[in-house]
Design a protein around this ligand. Structure first.
Ligand code: CUA
Length: 295
């Protein structure tokens, strides 16, 4: 009797908590309302089964409580009941899985007008690469990453020359324009996740994974890493700014391209070489530079 009442309190409490919950997902800012719909459907199926099973238990506790002289009935098989339960479970499981397959199919079928954005994950931070005027990203490979080539671009690929480097954790995106996110990792598993966009996927070292979404609300959003990746996993944050074309183009024009990066690097190296030469000359006793104290 008492147990039955406790069970009943658990059911009612769960429903009340669901209605007045302080924890709910943040407002959506992308096209993926289908993700929310599938979660809500799973919730109704899971929640419905939970309530039915608990109510059945409460019923049994009251209906079959101990009575002097009552014997239990032995019923090894009930074809009708088994059939009903099998069908019900089948429908429930299909309803849980099938919508997800449809959404997944759309999730990886990228629209033609999507802008490609490469997300480079590393321990512990993010940087990005965008295609230049040609709209194409140059070929890349983690094996050739170096100080001179931080994204490991194939220098013979003409598509890569105008690629835009964003060596910061802040990415800007155009409102109402689909983006194809291409994920790379240079060390371990990471996961690029902006809760408001609902979309996420693992970045796997040695391969490129992808998905798409369309941001549809201007604003600043926080990027989180959603795959445990070491001691500073919690600090692996970034920022995505969704904005209109004018501000987006301004931001884009302030970023560096692969060609300008290489040129700058080359100049830096030349300057370093010059300095070394001057130092060597001035250290030489017979040097004119030494006499004149030129540096
Ligand atoms: Cu990167 Cu967790």
């Amino acid at each position: 009797m008492f147990t039955g009442l406790v069970f009943l309190a658990v059911i009612i409490g769960s429903i009340i908590f669901h209605v007045w919950t302080p924890w709910w997902w943040t407002d959506i800012a992308s096209n993926w309302s289908a993700m929310d719909d599938t979660i809500i459907l799973s919730f109704w199926i899971g929640g419905g089964v939970f309530i039915l099973v608990c109510l059945f238990m409460v019923y049994c506790i009251f209906r079959y409580q101990y009575k002097e002289g009552r014997r239990s009935e032995y019923k090894p098989e009930d074809k009708k009941l088994e059939k009903g339960l099998t069908w019900l479970t089948t429908i429930g499981v299909v309803a849980l899985l099938a919508p997800g397959l449809v959404v997944w199919n759309n999730y990886i079928r990228v629209p033609d007008n999507a802008i490609q954005v490469e997300v480079m994950a590393w321990q512990w931070g993010w940087k990005y690469r965008l295609p230049g005027q040609d709209g194409k990203l140059g070929e890349s490979n983690n094996r050739i990453i170096s100080d001179d080539n931080p994204y490991g671009l194939n220098i013979d690929d003409p598509n890569g020359k105008d690629d835009v480097f964003v060596e910061s954790n802040e990415l800007h995106l155009l409102k109402d324009r689909p983006v194809k996110i291409l994920l790379r990792s240079i060390d371990v598993l990471h996961n690029f996740y902006v809760p408001q966009f609902r979309s996420k996927m693992d970045a796997v070292p040695g391969t490129i994974t992808y998905y798409w979404f369309e941001p549809n609300k201007n604003g600043e959003y926080e990027v989180l890493c959603a795959e445990y990746c070491g001691v500073a996993h919690y600090a692996m944050r970034g920022k995505v700014v969704v904005e209109d074309e004018v501000s987006y183009n301004k931001w884009l024009s302030e970023q560096e391209t692969f060609s300008s990066f290489t040129a700058k690097n080359r100049n830096n190296k030349l300057n370093k070489k010059k300095l070394v030469k001057i130092n060597n000359l001035s250290n030489n006793k017979n040097s004119i530079l030494k006499e004149q104290d030129v540096r």
